[in-house]
Design a protein. Structure first.
Length: 258
């Protein structure tokens, strides 16, 4: 897939939590690439930020073709992301995109559960929108520490049914997502992104119920092009770069054990 290097102008910087902001951006003097797959990511250059030399990999949160805008959900994790969260409307960011592969779209007869924990909810929003655009009805399982930590809940509810797990029981079912009762239902396909222990637990549950399962790995991806080898992941076919062979993998490709 062709890669693009594009300058984007910030249209809106919307704080949605003390640790998260939503950047809504529009490409400068052009349109968004014609193909952006749910599950793909971008590499963002953070200029004028001392000590931030490498681009930052960020999942595509949403693509709004009508308004020619790209959404990125940013979590404050270090100097680079902190600098991005301080950007104001009118300021610019340079992106390399789209990178990696995407989720496999389910067939019209297949049921699908999209599971996200923390910032791992980001790619599930765009995936859900694309499924709905194709006449499918995805369901979501979102996990967070508390009700206050749930991200973009109103946006997910516009797409399909939302199931919730919170560690403190302040919303939805108490506990982590892998104990949510919805996982005991029949699902043809399960998709997941979030902390590694969560994804491994979801993968075990998917195997138990016989569902196909894809996960989006969050290995450190410094270049996004397979050159730096920071993101290597062991698979059943040997070591691969997550940024080029992933970030989305069928769990049968991974060396995770039951």
């Amino acid at each position: 897939m062709k890669k693009h290097i594009i300058d984007f102008e910030i249209v809106e910087n919307r704080p949605i939590h003390s640790l998260y902001s939503l950047l809504v951006m529009r490409p400068v003097n052009t349109t968004l690439p014609s193909v952006i797959l749910p599950g793909q990511f971008v590499e963002v250059a953070v200029e004028n930020s001392p000590g931030t030399f490498l681009r930052r990999p960020i999942s595509v949160n949403n693509v709004d073709r009508e308004n020619n805008t790209l959404w990125l959900l940013i979590r404050r994790a270090g100097k680079g992301t902190a600098a991005m969260m301080e950007k104001r409307p009118g300021e610019k960011l340079n992106l390399v995109m789209p990178l990696g592969n995407g989720f496999t779209m389910p067939e019209s007869t297949q049921s699908a559960l999209l599971v996200g924990g923390g910032v791992g909810v980001a790619p599930m929003l765009y995936f859900g929108h694309e499924m709905k655009r194709r006449g499918l009805t995805p369901e979501f399982l979102l996990g967070a520490r508390s009700k206050a930590d749930l991200l973009q809940l109103d946006e997910f509810e516009k797409i399909g049914p939302v199931h919730i797990s919170t560690d403190d029981g302040s919303a939805g079912e108490p506990g982590i997502v892998t104990t949510n009762s919805v996982l005991s239902s029949h699902w043809d396909r399960i998709y997941c992104c979030g902390p590694l222990p969560m994804m491994k637990a979801v993968a075990r549950e998917a195997r138990r119920i016989g569902a196909e399962c894809e996960v989006s790995l969050e290995n450190m991806m410094a270049c996004g092009l397979g050159a730096c080898l920071c993101c290597v992941e062991p698979t059943v076919k040997g070591n691969v770069c997550v940024c080029t062979e992933g970030p989305v993998f069928n769990i049968n490709q991974l060396t995770w054990q039951d």
